[in-house]
Design a protein around this ligand. Structure first.
Ligand code: CU
Length: 267
């Protein structure tokens, strides 16, 4: 009797396992209602894509949940900017249905565009771009990875990009290695919705955590195209501390935002 129960349970388990196996093997990502038409369209799109060589290069600062817009440059096969295109952008979560977010891109000039869409969650996303320009049209699908949060960035290693209220700022300090009692150049780029912001009041101040190191605030001068620059010197820390914070503050058109970017100086 015991043997029969064991055999029956084994059979039942086996069929469940088989069903799961078949289920996973036959799962498909997309269901196509008109396979023939879809294949034709897919083929045409692929040919147009190959011939035109268009592709988008997304601003890393846009690839965070909470970014208000997705900014990108459109390039042709030779890497030259493609201006004057009409682009409809869709953000699609490849795994799972989820809502599809669609909007038309706004041209910013110089082959750059921005669309007022943000990624609601981190992870891998497909960005679908339906691009037309003159008589040409192509559908591009590019996969992007949306980082979980602003990834930690050390200004000692390179420039850091972060949201500052309604703005997107990039701060670069140099020359490297960053050292106290040396002239440092602070260069800031300010964007809003992917477009450069000129005529802003931009300041960078330097401080150490839990330690007052004196007021150290630099007003940057505008250099056009959303760029600002100025000079600063960091005092040497009497306690031997090397961890600093640069705070970038931006005011423009009645809007204000600021962001703190930590960094470490050399000896
Ligand atoms: Cu200190």
């Amino acid at each position: 009797m015991k043997l029969v129960i064991v055999l029956v349970s084994l059979l039942a388990l086996g069929s469940i396992a088989a069903a799961i196996f078949v289920g996973t093997r036959t799962f498909e990502r997309t269901v196509v209602s008109d396979p023939y038409g879809h294949a034709l369209r897919f083929d045409e799109e692929r040919h147009a894509r190959d011939r035109l060589g268009w592709r988008a290069r997304f601003d890393p600062g846009s690839l965070h949940p909470g970014a208000a817009s997705l900014a990108f440059g459109l390039l042709d096969g030779a890497g030259a900017p493609v201006d004057g295109a009409a682009i409809r952008v869709a953000l699609v979560r490849p795994a799972g249905p989820g809502p599809e977010l669609v909007a038309d891109a706004r041209p910013l000039g110089g082959g750059r565009y921005a669309v007022p869409l943000g990624f609601p969650a981190p992870g891998f996303w497909d960005v679908r771009l339906d691009v037309s320009r003159g008589g040409d049209a192509a559908g591009l699908v590019q996969e992007v990875r949306v980082a979980a949060a602003a990834e930690p960035c050390d200004l000692g290693g390179g420039r850091c990009v972060a949201p500052a209220g309604p703005f997107q700022v990039a701060l670069d300090l140099g020359p490297r290695p960053l050292l106290p009692m040396k002239d440092l150049v602070a260069a800031v780029e300010v964007l809003r919705g992917g477009a450069p912001v000129d005529g802003a009041a931009v300041e960078v101040s330097f401080s150490m955590k839990d330690m007052f190191m004196g007021e150290n605030r630099v007003a940057l001068r505008g250099a056009g195209s959303g760029r600002y620059a100025g000079r600063a010197v960091l005092v040497r820390c009497a306690s031997g501390g090397r961890a600093w914070v640069a705070t970038v503050s931006v005011r423009a058109g009645g809007l204000a935002g600021s962001v703190e970017l930590p960094f470490t100086v050399g000896e």
